[in-house]
Design a binder for this molecule. Sequence first.
Ligand code: SF4
Length: 372
Amino acid sequence: MKQAVAKTGPAHDVEIPGIEFRRQLLGWYREHARALPWRGIDDPYATWLSEIMLQQTRVATVIDRYREFLQRFPNLQALAAAEENDVLALWSGLGYYRRARMLHRGAQFVVGELQGKMPTTAAELKALPGVGDYTAAAIASIAFGESVAVVDGNVERVLLRLMGLPEERSTKGRARVTRAAQALVPSAAKRGIGNPPGDHNQAMMELGATICTPKSPLCLQCPVVEICRTRGEHATPARAKQKSRSVAYLLLRRGEKVLLERRAAEASLMPGMLELPPLPMDAVAEYDPVLRVRHAITNTNYDVQVFAESKLRDTIPAAASDLVWTPVAKLREMPLTGLARKVLQRLGVMTSPNLGTPSSAPGAPPILTTKP
Ligand code: SF4
């Protein structure tokens, strides 16, 4: 039987049989998709939040944070009215804090300028702060049923493997992938019959995240294996090399307060966030750390050492005005960097959200305290 074929642009594009592809993909998605809290909801604000949180952050990390965020800021109005520090505090540990700032500004824009109504098309959504092509397409298709393709790294990989094409970083290569993705998206939903574009886009991303993974794709479980031209034989480009760096921080307590440093407002990473005061590496050579942890940010692995020596206070390079004695009881509400949160939790100065009140964690090394 002759199959209907999705047109994927100019003659040199590889064609994917659209009807068959969609049928197999959606059937698989409906049966196997992971139950995630942002699926099957009818709340464009929550969809927006989930898409922003999922940028650069793993699904497993996002699940609890998404719920906590919605509990604290259940709608656009609540988020728009919040203080930026409170939004950043809730984002702590997720990294890429610019996302939180942009989301906050976006909520203020929608509430202040658009009478609280979010735009409904990808083209209009791009006017919101922090919303680019990808996020606009995701919100427009998932929340509003627009027939627009979402192309992230997962979708791009799936399509290149399906079509048997090498990865191309050029504008032309990306345009070809976008054309192929768009040709496969079903038409916009008619009222009351589900959301084919939104489900299709989520199914594509799910396939890339769980089956057509970067290394060792599970082709035997793939719903579109019959259509795929490579079936696991596609070369995966090497990832950027990881760099390594050693860093040192000081942990000082004074009664029920801990010394923190506010990062510069113009810092390229995490501006304005609070962290333990960084120390010069040559100042700590003769001391033993109370904690040593590894921490990765983008493509750098940090070997982090934490010292609790009052003598090291004099070696902090930061200006005194950037140092803040912060009550331990308030730490969970503060915009801490992910690393500061991790260290303070490991050392029992603050607890993780699921534990009780802050105290010394069992087995944690003693923390030096200093008098005012
Ligand atoms: S058959 Fe394998 S390579 Fe092809 S799309 Fe499926 S998982 Fe990916």
